[in-house]
Ligand binder design. Structure first.
Ligand code: FAD
Ligand code: SF4
Length: 473
């Protein structure tokens, strides 16, 4: 993207972004709510570096945390470098904004003025995600000789994966489900990665980072890796992979304003769909314009008079049309996020209707395109993407009409699943190895084709599989 284009886009989006920022900061609580007991991390932090490691893992989202845990469990000496902070999650707006709303870090303004969001923190985007679980599509991975079934079985046995009990499905999700089923849609409760016995009815903080330890996030695996001796350095931004004789030997990173280096037998890049292609580029191993998918989303919203809600787990239930690449789900958002959407859509008349507004998420499987650049990422919608979104929005509007919602409007599109930028079969082989010896990638960037699903569980499966591969004698 030319610099001028980017500047023009930024100018067009700036008013909406400013409104969003004002709304976010204006409503930030001045103190951490007293009933929130921060869920601490047990990860050993900031110990001195060893002369060398068995593995360096760059990035601590679902892909990176899982490889680190698998290797540490097998006795490998592992260093995890994460550019975000590992401070305990407090479930506050201010912390969420630092993790996922800083322009150019947690949020990118794309060429079509839409937003691309990711979490920059220990645990990556899983710290702020909606905790919906979907199994990896077996045929997609089988095409590359990859069988994720054993890893999936193992993960299902150990993780809290399942639909929420009815007591945790909020009134808004329930009303939307009734409307959808009344129209004949196969609208079912979705699998969530939430411990129901700890999750609190009437809580809505998943997208801020669960402070109660109820939502599974990659921080859980980081903790376990730490218990097995792995070392985490947070606020450590890796600049490049170091190479000797064509083999990866370690990384250079910035921490506290100082350039440092670390050595290892194996380097695993797990910086996410934006971070990993950038690192390959800055290391001279990939051009600076990797295409990607983003799974764009539109929220369709409408008000009802008889619900006083707005505080519930998002994406409790929904429906998937896999052949069409469209999914729908309830998506009750925290009030400031809802207000950001209303401002962005120019519907200031709905700004204070959060507690009565039902919200349906329409998400699509978009075409791979756009590019991740050295300092930007942009995947504008293509014609077929628009068509899918229009179809999904039509269905969401029908559901809202069926439940008697009025003042129906929709958000601009946005996206939170950057991936497919270092695809299996292109940027890495079926063992997730790059063309460089000892250099692997394990995160959403290796997903081999257009996607449209919640990626986390698939990335955990890939992480288990890579960990076992690397630990094998
Ligand atoms: C709001 C939201 C809701 C979502 N809801 C769901 C959901 O319900 N279900 C689901 O499955 N998925 C959901 N997702 C997506 C899911 O969380 C991500 O796809 C997943 O976390 C990606 O994992 P990853 O391993 O690719 O790494 P990421 O989670 O992207 O983490 C990468 C980490 O690497 C770090 N990093 C990057 N570059 C560097 C560098 N140079 N040096 C050091 N560190 C670096 C980053 O700071 C980051 O912490 C959601 C995402 C968002 C933002
Ligand atoms: S709704 Fe449950 S999982 Fe989400 S933040 Fe609250 S307690 Fe945690």
């Amino acid at each position: 993207m030319a610099g001028d284009d980017l500047a023009g886009t930024a100018c067009r989006q700036l008013p909406a972004l400013l409104i969003l920022t004002v709304v976010l900061t204006a409503q930030a609580p001045a103190r951490i709510l007293s009933d929130i007991a921060a869920h601490p991390t047990s990860f050993p932090m900031n110990a001195a570096l060893s002369p060398s490691y068995d593995a360096i893992v760059v990035g601590s989202g679902p892909g990176g945390a899982t490889v680190a845990r698998q290797l540490a469990r097998r006795g490998s000496r592992v260093l995890v470098l994460e550019q975000g902070s590992a401070a305990p999650l407090t479930g506050t707006l201010g912390q969420m904004a630092k993790m996922a709303a800083v322009p150019g870090k947690g949020v990118f303004i794309q060429r079509d003025a839409s937003l691309l969001v990711q979490g920059i923190t220990a645990g990556g985007s899983s710290a702020v995600n909606f905790a919906t679980a979907a199994a990896p599509p077996p045929e997609m991975f089988a095409a590359y000789g990859i069988d994720l079934a054993p890893a999936l079985r193992e993960l299902r046995a150990e993780l809290p994966i399942g639909p929420l009990p009815d007591t945790l499905v909020g009134p808004m999700a329930t009303r939307i489900m009734q409307g959808a089923r009344g129209l004949g849609l196969d609208w079912q409760k979705l699998d969530k990665m939430i411990r129901p016995q700890i999750c609190r009815s009437g809580c809505w903080r998943c997208a801020y980072g669960c402070p109660f330890g109820a939502k599974w996030s990659a921080r859980d695996f980081l903790d376990e890796a730490g218990q097995h001796g792995a070392q985490l350095l947070d606020r450590a931004r890796v600049l490049r992979v170091t190479l000797e004789d064509g083999r990866a030997t370690g990384v250079e990173f910035m921490r506290d304003g100082q350039l440092q280096s670390a050595k290892a037998r194996v380097v695993v890049l797990a910086g996410g769909g934006v971070g990993s292609p950038r690192l390959l580029h800055s290391s001279g191993l990939r051009p600076g314009d990797s295409s990607f998918f983003s799974d764009p989303v539109i929220a369709v919203m409408g008000s009802v008079d008889d619900i006083d809600g707005g505080a519930e787990v998002p994406m409790a239930a929904g429906v998937r049309f896999d052949a069409d690449g469209i999914s729908l789900a309830d998506m009750t958002l925290p009030k400031p996020m809802y207000q950001g959407f209303t401002a962005q859509a120019g519907r200031l008349d709905r700004l204070f209707a959060h507690r009565r507004t039902l919200s349906i998420m329409v998400k699509i499987r978009d075409e791979i395109g756009g590019a991740v650049g050295p300092r930007w990422a942009s995947k504008p919608l293509q014609a077929s993407d628009r068509q899918k979104l229009d179809t999904g929005v039509g269905m969401a509007r029908e559901i809202l009409a069926a439940v008697g919602a009025t003042h129906v409007f929709q958000s601009r599109h946005f996206a939170a699943h950057p991936g497919g930028s270092v695809r299996i079969g292109d940027g890495v082989d079926s063992n997730l190895q790059t063309g460089v010896a000892n250099l692997f990638v394990c995160d959403a960037s290796v997903i081999p084709q257009a996607w449209g699903l919640p990626p986390t569980l698939t990335l955990l499966c890939l992480g288990v599989r890579l960990g076992e591969h690397l630990a094998a004698p």
